[in-house]
Design a protein around this ligand. Structure first.
Ligand SMILES: [Cu+2]
Length: 666
């Protein structure tokens, strides 16, 4: 699913990679005179490196004009490319297959890396390196495995030195969709890793080709082709000279060869190579071939040189594999973190547990089941069904997209597809039964905040009940003995779930209507903070990376909040509900003090009621206040923390976030 700009880039990338690979495959098998294993090397590397693979192919290996392959591929840098290609083709294939399998198995990242190294090495050694060597040198397969071991070891070490940090930092970075083989991002990270691995392995391969430890590119022609080519060469191309130069280059190399290391060559007869191909290896064409039917490769490196080179490659490998563990938690697996996308600014270190990541992760847009505009309100009163005198309510949790401003939608955890959840309005003494069905991707429960009820109806997950699993349900039933302003909210992973919208008002009228503190208007205010960045919604919390940038009253940010309309002399009861999860809001009303008449649902005795113009609404608290419209005009109810009256730090129409206008007519 496309949720980030990088996803669009990756789509372009993979289309180009597909086209590039198709072209390279077509050209390799139609036009390019080289061994089959090399053809496959370029095809695979182009698949992994996309248009860059194609670029390397046309610059270093694609025969420019018929008959020119030998001369064209002769320069050392191209031979180094060829050598890197058949290293990367095998190594990367092994690494990518291993990564996909270990991700599916749910192994920790550090084990992934080791398995990937072993698989990459095995693929590289047993398939590409040895087969290529065999087609080059002839001899038995196992002879070639033996000879290829050290060059493959060095090359693989340098490749993994580049690829491992890319995988560690990007897969366990902030967008861990990169851990999921079902996501485009996983393949994008793999491609990027292969590109970096190619770059880090390339210098080593050039060095090994120069020292005769590895082969680069070679030409292999069918006899009929050779005849045709011979004809063309007379007019168009002096391949003979080019071939001779190539021969001299290798002759020089051979002169320096350490006789003690000429073993493989010494054992070889001229007829050993090229068997069964009808090839033209010996006819002076290839830059990589000797002209006398020799194997053309004498390792020009002493044992100490080789050992030192190998040692440095191990150092590079250790750096690439181990260094990232300083910063990222490599003990986690794809299964632990799912495809979690972390908020920018979250502190993620090598100790950050998977649960912490899941707690702060974005709501994944693919989980959204409904999308609502500003025309759909939250806090809509839910009418009960009455069965045998019991008031029945059905609540269902789900993930929705919810408009908090005309151009801002958040991904929310909602109850009955609204934020806040539906208002339950009952009367003291009512028997209620509430069926809660969970359609979230995670377990949940509902707690009835402030009520006196049977313990098993109270709601805390794992304390009084098993959490309601996704798809499960739970029946809460109790008699409302109290009256006043209450609310309900999730009591499972509250840090996350309530911060994403799982709460609603529970208003209980007193059994005796005379006990209600009367006012001309009654307005409920439910507060919430939101964190919306990069098109994703994260649960806001007082935590690095979790600080909110949007604030809502009843699911809307000003200027999309309600306007309360009243006349001079009328009274307004405001019921502040602390549905806010991690922040305190000093709620202030302009135009003169209000009387605080109830706190936490409890009516304050008349003698103890007091005047104030600001109440600190902490999480869980409720204040019922009665305000009188003394003068006409627009009077504000707002939070007195300036940041909480902005929308993503922007003021529009005089503010934002936690603001409601009381429009008082004369
Ligand atoms: Cu505030």
């Amino acid at each position: 699913m496309f949720v980030q700009p990088v996803d669009y880039f990756l789509a372009v990338w993979f289309v180009l990679a597909g086209l590039s690979t198709a072209y390279v495959a077509w050209d390799q098998f139609r036009n390019n005179p080289e061994p089959v294993v090399m053809k496959w090397g370029f095809i695979l590397v182009t698949l992994y490196m996309g248009p860059l693979g194609l670029l390397i192919y046309v610059l270093a290996d694609k025969e420019p004009r018929p008959g020119e392959h030998e001369a064209f591929t002769k320069p050392l840098w191209k031979q180094g490319v060829g050598s890197t290609i058949h290293c990367v083709a095998g190594d990367a294939t092994g690494i990518i297959l291993a990564a996909a399998i270990t991700a599916a198995l749910g192994l920790p990242m550090w084990i992934d890396l080791i398995v990937e190294y072993v698989a990459g090495f095995a693929f590289g050694l047993f398939i590409f390196q040895s087969l290529f060597m065999k087609s080059m040198m002839g001899g038995t397969y196992w002879e070639n495995v033996r000879k290829s071991f050290m060059p493959e070891f060095i090359s693989m070490n340098f490749m993994m030195a580049g690829m491992a940090p890319v995988m560690s930092f990007l897969m366990m970075g902030s967008d861990m969709r990169a851990m999921e083989p079902t996501e485009l991002l996983f393949w994008g990270v793999m491609s990027f890793g292969v590109i970096v691995g190619f770059i880090t392995a390339y210098p080593a391969n050039v060095g090994m080709v120069a020292r005769g430890l590895k082969h680069g590119l070679m030409t292999e022609r069918e006899p009929e082709f050779d005849k045709a080519r011979e004809g063309r060469r007379e007019h168009a191309y002096s391949g003979a000279e080019a071939g001779r130069e190539g021969h001299h280059a290798y002759a020089r190399l051979n002169e320096h060869a350490n006789p003690g290391h000429g073993g493989p060559g010494g054992n070889r007869r001229a007829g050993d190579h090229g068997s069964g191909h009808g090839s033209s290896h010996g006819n002076g064409g290839g830059g990589s071939r000797g002209p006398h039917g020799g194997h053309g490769m004498e390792p020009d490196a002493t044992v100490p040189q080789l050992a030192a080179f190998g040692g440095v490659s191990v150092l590079a490998l250790a750096l690439g594999m181990i260094a990232p563990a300083n910063w990222v938690n490599l003990t986690l697996s794809a299964r632990d973190v799912g495809g979690a996308i972390m908020p920018p600014g979250m502190i993620m270190d090598r100790d950050t547990p998977a649960a912490a990541m899941l707690d702060m992760a974005a709501v994944h847009p693919r989980l959204v089941t409904a999308s609502h505009g500003l025309e759909v309100r939250g806090d809509r009163e839910l009418k009960p069904r009455i069965e045998n005198g019991v008031k029945m309510f059905d609540l269902e949790t789900s993930v929705i997209r919810w408009a908090i401003l005309p151009d801002v939608k958040v991904d929310a955890y909602a109850i009955n597809s609204q934020v806040p959840g539906p208002r339950l309005h009952i009367r003291q003494g009512d028997r209620v039964r509430i069926n809660v069905t969970n359609r979230l991707p995670e377990s949940t429960t509902i707690h009835w905040h402030g009520l006196i009820l049977p313990n098993e109806m109270d709601g805390p997950a794992e304390i009084t009940q098993e959490p309601i699993p996704p798809g499960g349900s739970y029946r809460y039933e109790f008699t409302a003995d109290q009256s006043g302003t209450y609310f309900y909210h999730s009591h499972d992973h509250v840090d996350r779930q309530q911060a994403l919208g799982l709460y609603g008002a529970l208003i209980i009228d007193p059994a005796n209507p005379q006990d209600e503190i009367a006012a001309d208007h009654d307005y409920v205010i439910q507060l919430q903070e939101w964190l919306m960045r990069e098109g994703l919604t994260f649960p806001s919390m007082p935590m690095d990376g979790g600080q909110p940038n949007y604030f809502t009253i009843n699911g809307r940010a000003y200027p999309s909040t309600d306007t309360i309309r009243m006349k001079v002399g009328e009274t307004l009861k405001v019921r502040f509900i602390g549905t806010n999860n991690g922040f305190v809001h000093p709620m202030h009303i302009h135009g003169g003090p209000f009387e605080v008449v109830a706190r936490d649902g409890e009516t304050i005795p008349e003698s103890a009621r007091f005047l104030a113009d600001t109440v600190n609404v902490g999480p869980g608290q409720r204040y019922d206040v009665v305000w009188q419209a003394r003068r006409p005009g627009k009077w504000l109810i707002h939070c007195h923390i300036g940041h909480h009256t902005t929308n993503n730090n922007v003021e529009e129409k005089g503010g934002g976030g936690l603001m409601v206008v009381i429009d008082v007519q004369p």
